[in-house]
Design a protein around this ligand. Structure first.
Ligand code: CMC
Length: 436
């Protein structure tokens, strides 16, 4: 393929020249619009796992994976972490701008009004088996929301996106805390109108009739920071699931439920839980090198969890902030976690190992997150749920962007490599009918 002008590239296919337009993003990212390719040449492109495919235009989040830059709506995450609250970032992602004072108050009031779960839904929690993973419970419960609030469809986008957004962001937090309380056999704690978003969540998780929970502003600040850092990450696996499923005009709740299912995988959001499980194994064994060797061995499915990223080929900027805050928080609270020492040792060994250096494998957002969640008292099986709570505004923003554009239903093509027409004579004839 040769570049003929800044405006298009020319592709030669079987002696025929096809001009394909070049598109340039606001940060200078270049792409080739291949929309006309099949019509003009009969060819499709092949890109399994979308290693080299931009699936859409988006103005929500920018990542420079080489330089380690992450911005939401143009604002660097470092600045958002320093200056904003999670609910403001949620508003920013969904609406494109940080809220002014009036919008902030209105959004906060909507979160409060929508924080209660329909009482009939509360009883659903009684029927999940004890020990069920909270991510499975959460995706089921969110899907069920459409039965209780059936008017959430595409119409709600133009009429009431604030309502649907506030309900989801607020109610999912309540559901998550209820799922946890049920899993430990304690009565659920209802949301309170006088607490901020993160303080409310911690209170619903840890308050009990026999041991009132003391809300520590520092714990609230840390949770706020973690939620902001997880709030969006452009076209990752779960967001792509949301955009794909939403493109069939499925209701918002079913769409988000699909995003949660995608997030639960250990290569995606499930990695934060998998990191802690791995660090515990390394701590027990005491031999960091052995685990690095296992991760490098192509015949061994083991991978160094919390390391590597499809987009970042340098230190994940979220991991850099979380690592710094993790050290500082543990020191301030005199909370000693031996897994932090193991994590430091693993990171140092990996960053000095040619295998990891050559492949640009650095700690990602999940590497230190679990240690902070442990310090906040969050149980391991809730880690991925925490990720889901934080990612909700991102999913909703992408759904809104996708529905608001002229997106057609997502429907990739394939290169068929199965059998060509097969002769069935003799196989399909003279057979007894089956009962079922
Ligand atoms: N441990 C050992 N080797 C690795 C790792 C790892 N964690 N990550 C990548 N590699 C190797 C991989 O085997 C491949 O080697 P080779 O070129 O010799 O075949 C090379 O590095 C490139 O990796 P890849 O699998 O082609 O990269 P990918 O973009 O398909 O995968 C990833 C990205 C995040 C799934 C992968 O790095 C991984 O499995 N990491 C561990 C799981 C994890 O931490 N996931 C959280 C990701 S960040 C948060 C999120 O997305 O939710």
């Amino acid at each position: 393929m040769k570049q003929e002008s800044p405006g298009y590239v020319v592709l030669e296919v079987e002696g025929k020249s096809v001009r394909l337009p070049v598109v340039v993003g606001s940060e200078g990212e270049k792409g080739i619009d291949i929309g006309a390719l099949r019509r003009e040449t009969g060819y499709v492109t092949l890109d399994p796992s979308f290693m080299n495919t931009a699936a859409c235009y988006s103005s929500i989040t920018f990542i420079d994976g080489e330089k380690g830059i992450l911005r939401y709506r143009g604002i660097p995450i470092e600045e958002l972490v320093r200056k904003t609250m999670f609910v403001e970032v949620a508003y920013l992602l969904v609406h494109g701008e940080l809220p002014n004072e009036e919008q902030r108050r209105n959004f906060s009031a909507m979160l409060n009004i929508n924080s209660m779960l329909h009482e009939d839904m509360r009883h659903f929690f009684d029927h999940f088996p004890r020990g069920a993973h909270p991510m499975h419970i959460l995706s089921t419960m969110i899907n069920a929301l459409a039965a209780f609030y059936p008017n959430v469809d595409l119409k709600s986008l133009s009429e009431d996106i604030d309502q649907s957004t506030a309900r989801l962001i607020s109610i999912v937090r309540t559901m998550a805390a209820f799922a946890y309380k049920k899993s430990i056999g304690e009565p659920v704690v209802y949301p309170r109108h006088d607490l901020s978003y993160c303080a409310n969540f911690l209170n619903m998780m840890f308050d009990s009739p026999v041991k009132p929970y003391q809300i520590h502003p520092d714990a609230v600040r840390i949770l706020n920071m973690l939620f902001i850092l997880h709030a969006d990450h452009e076209q990752n696996c779960s967001t792509t699931a949301v955009r794909t499923i939403g493109s069939a005009q499925v209701n918002l709740y079913a769409t988000i439920s699909a995003g949660i299912s995608a997030l639960s995988g250990p290569l995606h959001g499930g990695a934060n839980q998998a990191v802690i499980e791995m660090l515990k194994m390394i701590q027990q064994d005491g031999n960091v090198k052995k685990f690095l060797d296992m991760a490098k061995d192509k015949n061994n499915p083991f991978r160094l969890m919390g390391f590597g990223h499809r987009v970042y080929k340098t230190y994940d900027p979220r991991a850099a902030i979380i690592k710094r805050e993790c050290h500082a928080y543990l020191e301030r609270t005199h909370y000693s976690d031996p897994l932090l020492d193991v994590a430091r040792e693993v990171e140092e060994a990996a960053l000095n190992d040619p295998y990891f250096i050559e492949r640009n494998l650095y700690p990602n957002v999940d590497f230190y997150t679990g240690i902070l969640y442990r310090a906040l008292g969050i149980p391991e099986n809730m880690f991925t749920v925490m990720f889901a709570l934080a990612r909700l505004p991102g999913w909703i923003a992408h759904w809104k962007e996708m529905i608001g554009s002229d997106t057609k239903i997502v429907r990739p093509r394939q290169i068929y490599i199965g059998k060509t027409p097969v002769e069935t004579v003799g196989v399909m004839e003279n057979r007894e009918p089956l009962l079922q």
